[in-house]
Design a protein around this ligand. Structure first.
Ligand SMILES: [Zn+2]
Length: 221
């Protein structure tokens, strides 16, 4: 079916309600409809969801064109919320560093992308470790709790806190403004008091990190 200029694949099934999906990577619109529902009802349903469909399609196409990092000269990378231009240099020094707006990455000319990525991640890990040390006393004093350990990992969430009091922070926090690491650490420390995201937890956050909603938005931008 073509509805408002958008092609919609309709599949009829023995179901009760209509289900609409926008499927990556092409942003194809698919609808599952009950066996005996009229075409008019389907059109009406799709039209009522048009804003959502268009937003979803845009979102999918933007994701598709998100540039894949190659770790080559001139590429843009982030540290603590600031943009740097990548410059590969000889690997007779061990760690990456930034100077003015250049991020110098010590890797051999023939290094593989994986090696370059790892060298940069080692740098991010060091930076994040330093920052955690910097804010540890302040954050644990604010919340009044201490973790048994803080780990750094590449992961889906920005942080997590386990029952054994181990807090894990996402390596990519080193790309965001420093205030974000502080917010995530306080969030995870608050889980040592409240293990869920209940009202009580939000009240703890309001008290311990009054601007947390603003920072959270910055973090996920
Ligand atoms: Zn949480």
């Amino acid at each position: 079916m073509i509805i408002n200029g958008i092609s919609v694949a309709v599949q009829r099934k023995n179901i009760k309600n209509m289900y609409l999906r926008v499927v990556p990577p092409e942003g194809e619109v698919k609808i599952s409809a009950p066996l005996f529902v009229s075409d008019d009802k389907i059109i009406e349903f799709v039209e009522s969801k048009m804003d959502w469909i268009l937003a979803k399609k845009t979102q999918i196409s933007e994701k598709k064109y998100l540039p894949q990092l190659k770790y080559v000269n001139g590429e843009k990378h982030y540290l603590w919320g600031e943009e740097f231009t990548l410059q590969l240099i000889a690997n007779n020094i061990k760690t990456a560093f930034v100077k003015e707006d250049i991020l110098y990455l010590p890797v051999s000319k023939r290094s593989k992308m994986k090696t370059r990525q790892k060298t940069l991640e080692d740098f991010y890990r060091e930076e994040l470790q330093k920052e955690i040390l910097e804010i540890y006393d302040k954050c644990t004093a604010i919340v009044g709790k201490k973790p048994s350990e803080i780990k750094i990992r590449k992961m889906k969430n920005w942080g997590n806190c386990k029952q054994n009091k181990v807090i894990t922070l996402n390596l990519n926090l080193a790309k965001k403004p420093k205030i974000c690491t502080q917010y995530v650490l306080i969030h995870e420390l608050c889980h040592l008091i409240e293990f869920n995201h209940s009202k009580k937890f939000k009240m703890l956050m309001d008290k311990n990190c009054p601007k947390w909603q603003e920072i959270k938005k910055m973090l996920n931008d």
